[in-house]
Design a protein around this ligand. Structure first.
Ligand code: E4P
Length: 213
């Protein structure tokens, strides 16, 4: 199981790198626009901070332009690059071409049938939007399970995105999804429980640690 940060914020990326339990970073055009810097500068900087995979989403709409954009991303991110490619007819065609050279993730998947096409096109990952499926289709958890089942015994792995609470991460995981990406705030929330804080505070009061005088 892996947890990824869904952000292009340098401070958040740095903190996640320090935590040591966040495996990589996912971005999308909206997230990159928020960084306020050019996409190239943002990716160069993220690469200096994060040692794991860095997901970059293609924005172009023709095969030729997508291939060009993928090469530019690969020049910046090298082996850390995972190309996110939208689940559209052109996107699946681009995946079939680009997956021969790069690691590809088909994104915005909302049906098991799309997941099958992603696999057939050579994608290493099939990325779906858990909370959006829950809100718009009333079936986030169900979709997660369907995707996991559809891709069972293939080399394409499901990734859950659009996870809006720690509970949603648990839901996706319990439906069998092995990789989960979410915001910095939710990753932080996942570490905390009021009763843990209380238990730790009680132990500290005992003053029996090796460093206590
Ligand atoms: C996925 O790549 C996105 O960053 C994000 O999780 C999409 O969903 P949202 O806009 O509902 O959060």
């Amino acid at each position: 199981m892996q947890l990824l940060l869904d952000s292009a914020n340098f401070e958040e990326a740095r903190t996640c790198a320090e935590w040591g339990w966040v495996s990589g970073i996912t971005t999308n055009p909206t997230i990159l626009a928020k960084s306020g810097k050019s996409t190239e500068k943002t990716l160069v900087k993220l690469k200096k901070i994060i040692s794991g995979p860095i997901f970059y989403q293609l924005t172009q709409e023709t095969i030729e332009e997508m291939v060009k954009e993928a090469k530019l991303a690969a020049d910046i991110l090298n082996k850390q690059l995972v190309l996110k490619i939208p689940a559209t007819e052109v996107g699946f065609q681009a995946t079939a071409i680009l997956s021969k050279k790069y690691t590809c993730a088909v994104t915005s998947i909302f049906s098991p049938a799309q997941a099958l096409v992603a696999h057939a096109a050579g994608a290493k990952y099939a990325l779906y939007y858990h909370n959006r499926a829950k809100r718009l289709m009333k079936n986030g958890k169900h979709l997660a399970g369907e995707l996991v089942l559809a891709l069972k015994r293939t080399d394409t792995t499901v990734i859950a995105a659009s996870l809006k609470s720690p509970d949603e991460l648990v839901q996706a995981r319990n439906a069998g999804v092995p990789i989960l990406t979410t915001t910095f705030e939710i990753l932080k929330q996942m570490m905390r429980h009021d009763l843990s804080d209380k238990a730790v505070a009680d132990f500290i009061l005992t003053g029996t640690g090796l460093l206590d005088k």
